[in-house]
Write a protein that binds this ligand. Structure first.
Ligand SMILES: Nc1ncnc2c1ncn2[C@@H]1O[C@H](COP(=O)(O)OP(=O)(O)OP(=O)(O)O)[C@@H](O)[C@H]1O
Ligand SMILES: [Mg+2]
Length: 334
């Protein structure tokens, strides 16, 4: 099947100025995407999962014609990037930058109508679509107020509505649940599913593993500008075939982590710490065999363990197995 979106060896390097003292600046190259290739099928929810700074937004900006890639090619809805950008823009409804993509002095309704006009919709059609969006997303209560008076969750919902105004076959959503509370995020994911069932292809970026896991048909895991794993969720999990995952919680020092890393059979160790309490994830070739030695070694290095649980593999474990880091780590190039 011909992909609805096809990306071939796409790379993007930002050139930025790095301050050196008060008057000097040095030119610095930031490789945000390196040789990214992927294909998105019509009618699927495709997730781009990766930590902060992975390159998700950069990829989305390239595919929606907002950024010029440094090299490589891409086709969106059959149209070639950089050659047929107008047709691409008409093929994509896009929620980027969340609330910052709205005009705050205008009301919500005026925003929808304004963006409808940018897509050359006739006034009656603009009005009809805006009404349908207001009803679908339940925006009625605040839609005639200036956006600057909205709560951040209300702004995010309107930004989502704006992505629907051109009724495009492909919907691109960049971390759309950012700043939403748990029920609103769930509601938004429900609407995304409905839109998908109505036939829209969805590209959905997130750094939240569980969100990608519940919503997406297929996921590309991106790290430091590269696709490090791609497939449907069960496939990705099975890509760690005989590896098991052990989760340990307690007070675990860096020394103890280093000792655990040296144990035979241990492939990767990742540690997430908050308030002196740590959660350690160990990917091991032979879970049952490694566990007693692991507990002993950690104890010998002063760790106080409160919980030990062999667990099912999650998408986060796939990420850890490829990178040795958790998704919470910030990989932005400093
Ligand atoms: N305009 C820019 N100039 C220089 N570097 C940039 C620019 N925009 C992004 N970058 C860098 O490119 C890399 C990828 O950034 P990008 O915004 O695509 O990541 P992301 O996966 O969307 O992260 P997040 O989850 O934080 O939104 C980062 O290292 C970032 O610092
Ligand atoms: Mg981003």
């Amino acid at each position: 099947m011909e992909g609805q979106v096809r990306v071939e060896s796409l790379s993007k390097t930002y050139i930025s100025k790095q301050r050196k003292g008060l008057f000097k600046a040095e030119r610095k190259e930031v490789p945000a995407l390196t040789e990214v290739s992927l294909e998105i099928k019509p009618g699927e929810v495709f997730g781009l999962l990766g930590p902060n700074g992975a390159g998700k937004t950069t990829l989305i900006k390239c595919l929606t014609t907002l950024l010029l890639p440094s090299s490589g090619s891409a086709w969106v809805n059959g149209y070639q990037l950089t050659r047929e950008d107008d047709a691409i823009r008409a093929s994509v409804g896009c929620m980027l930058m969340g609330e910052r993509g709205l005009y705050w002095k205008l009301t919500g309704r005026e925003n929808l109508l304004f963006f409808g006009a940018l897509y050359h919709l006739l006034p009656a059609e603009r009005k009809r679509r805006a009404e349908a969006i207001i009803e679908r997303l339940n925006l009625g209560e605040y839609i005639d107020r200036a956006v600057e008076t909205y709560s951040s969750g209300q702004k995010m919902k309107l930004a989502f509505g704006k992505a629907l105004i051109n009724d495009a076959p492909i919907l691109v959503l960049d971390e759309p649940t950012n700043t939403l509370d748990v029920p609103s995020a769930r509601e938004l994911r429900g609407t995304v599913r409905e839109l998908n069932q109505e036939g829209k292809t969805i590209i959905y970026t997130t750094h939240i593993m569980s969100e990608a896991e519940t919503l997406c048909d297929r996921v590309a895991i991106i790290d430091r500008g590269r696709v490090i794993a791609l497939g449907d969720v069960p496939q990705l999990k099975q890509s760690l075939p005989r590896d098991g995952v052990i989760r340990l919680e307690g007070v675990i020092s860096n020394n103890a982590v280093r000792a655990a890393q040296q144990l035979p059979g241990v492939k990767h160790v990742a540690l997430a710490a908050a308030n002196g309490h740590s959660q350690m994830t160990v990917v091991a070739a032979d879970q049952a065999g490694v566990l007693p030695r692991l507990v002993e070694t950690l104890g010998a290095h002063g760790a106080v363990l409160q919980k030990i649980a062999p667990e099912e593999v999650t998408l986060e474990d796939v990420f850890i197995a490829h990178t040795g880091r958790t998704l919470a780590d910030d990989t932005r190039i400093k």
